[in-house]
Design a protein around this ligand. Structure first.
Ligand SMILES: [Zn+2]
Length: 477
């Protein structure tokens, strides 16, 4: 809409003190405009760094400093803890453009959104920083006037330094990736015998989880639980003591043991959680590695009946011990969502990321077929390199040739699992590819396309993420 001579985002128009503040598109750029009601104001107001436009008007670019000013002035634009709510959903946005679409989704459902959620791996592959990730969410929330609250997750952090980095910026959630401390390949044969204290605590004891579920540790199970997870438990306890125990930082703490080759059995899950709690570690969520495969960007692969049986026990353990189950790589796991919603009794955290990027690329295939073909051809050429970072198993030969497909059939590639995985894991290489002269080969053209087709992307997210949430059994409202 036209407002004060600018093409303004209507939902952002806010009055504070003697100023009106709003976001606007100005000469092809999104900016913050401040308008003073009092004549004669000539310095940038309210903590913003802004250029003077005259007539009491100021233009503040979307910088980190101005994002900080917004967060200070409007608390709803800063992340808050929300994992204690029954339902929460991580909507990782690798491009920094998905939040307006996500806001439309989350306005309609009773579920807490985590709009800013990136791992260090994703930051490195996209050349972004946690400042960028958080600021993109802040600007989108302000622009759309979203006041229900959102979280920011420093996802899959593995080091003290990275945890501190995210917390110091105000991230409201830390997902601690314990995988470097999980001893894969330990079997009951090569594991050391557990010390007497563990034997007394666990061996042949019956743990009543409630709901008719009991757990019993035999010699081998105890030996293996301790050998595989012992060091990871110590690591998580150390991080907790450093950052949270004394209230230095307040953030939702998630324990992740999923990014490893060892499937977490319900018995191992119980062991890890029990040991953490007994060590005084308080956590909001725990992410086991479930049976079967949660590959990126495609549906669940594996024995559905076994998954349903195991998640029932995992969910009962989490209920009994007082935290939520967190389901990672939740993009597109449509066949298991109903079981997750049912067995957790609607109490869960779920994370998605890649699917939001794939929807952006679906928009590219729809809006600019020649550009999409170029990107796709490049993705094929770098697949081997990209597969170093992600475990996926697409059959590249099963992907139709984009140069023989008709324009209108290109978006259909995003119904093809092999094509989905190809595009899913090559995002970093696609976005960082440069020409000989140093300019980006695809990145700038793609971002321009997404800006020009913002409504199409937003509609796609409403449909696609909405489908995730509906299948999880979340009610509207
Ligand atoms: Zn994970």
């Amino acid at each position: 809409m036209q407002y004060c001579g600018f093409e303004a985002y209507e939902k952002s128009i806010t009055t504070i003190e003697s100023f009106t503040i709003f976001m606007a598109n100005h000469r092809d750029e999104t900016v913050i405009i401040l308008v003073s009601k009092e004549a004669g104001q000539s310095t940038a107001p309210l903590g913003f760094t802004a250029a003077v436009l005259g007539d009491g008007k100021f233009l503040a670019p979307l910088t980190h400093e101005n994002a900080q000013a917004l967060r200070k002035l409007f608390p709803f634009t800063a992340p808050v803890r929300g994992l204690s709510k029954d339902r929460s959903f991580g909507a990782g946005d690798r491009l920094g453009i998905a939040t307006p679409g996500h806001i439309r989704v989350f306005e309609g459902y009773d579920i807490f959104p985590v709009f800013a959620q990136q791992s260090i791996r994703e930051l490195n592959l996209t050349n972004r920083t946690y400042e960028d990730v958080l600021d993109a969410a802040t600007f989108a929330v302000f622009r759309e006037g979203f006041k229900k609250g959102f979280g920011a997750d420093g996802d899959h952090l593995k080091t003290v330094k990275d945890v501190e980095y995210a917390l110091s910026l105000g991230f409201s959630m830390i997902t601690l990736d314990c995988s470097d401390h999980i001893k894969n390949g330990v079997t009951p044969d090569n594991a050391a015998p557990p010390p007497a204290s563990y034997r007394d605590k666990y061996l042949n004891k019956t743990f009543d989880i409630g709901e008719g579920i009991t757990l019993v540790f035999g010699e081998e199970e105890l030996k293996q639980s301790l050998a595989v997870y012992g060091e990871a438990i110590d690591f998580a306890a150390d991080i907790y003591r450093r950052f949270f125990k004394h209230g230095t930082y307040k953030a939702d703490f998630e324990i992740s043991i999923d990014e490893t080759v060892s499937t977490t059995t319900p018995l191992q899950h119980f062991f890890v959680a029990r040991e953490l709690l007994d060590a005084g570690v308080s956590f909001a969520t725990l992410a086991p590695r479930f049976c079967g495969e949660f590959q990126k960007g495609i549906d669940y692969k594996g024995d559905l009946a076994r998954f349903e049986q195991e998640i029932r026990v995992h969910a009962a353990i989490a209920r009994r011990l007082g935290y939520k189950l967190s389901i990672h790589s939740g993009s597109d796991k449509f066949s298991v969502f109903p079981a997750i919603g049912r067995e957790t009794q609607g109490v869960f955290h779920i994370k998605t990321a890649g699917t939001n990027w794939l929807e952006a690329m679906r928009v590219a295939a729809l809006a600019d077929p020649p550009l999409y073909r170029e990107v796709h051809r490049y993705a094929l050429s770098v697949f081997n390199e990209a597969s170093r970072y992600y475990h996926v198993t697409p059959e590249l030969s099963a992907i139709p040739d984009v140069y023989t497909l008709k324009d209108e059939d290109l978006p259909g590639l995003f119904e093809n699992n092999d094509a989905r995985q190809l595009i899913h894991i090559t995002y970093g290489l696609i976005l960082s590819k440069k020409n000989a002269d140093g300019s980006y080969t695809f990145k700038d053209r793609l971002y321009k396309l997404w800006k020009d087709h913002e409504g199409v992307y937003s509609d796609a997210l409403v449909k696609h993420i909405g489908k995730h949430i509906a299948l999880l059994g979340v009610r509207k409202g």
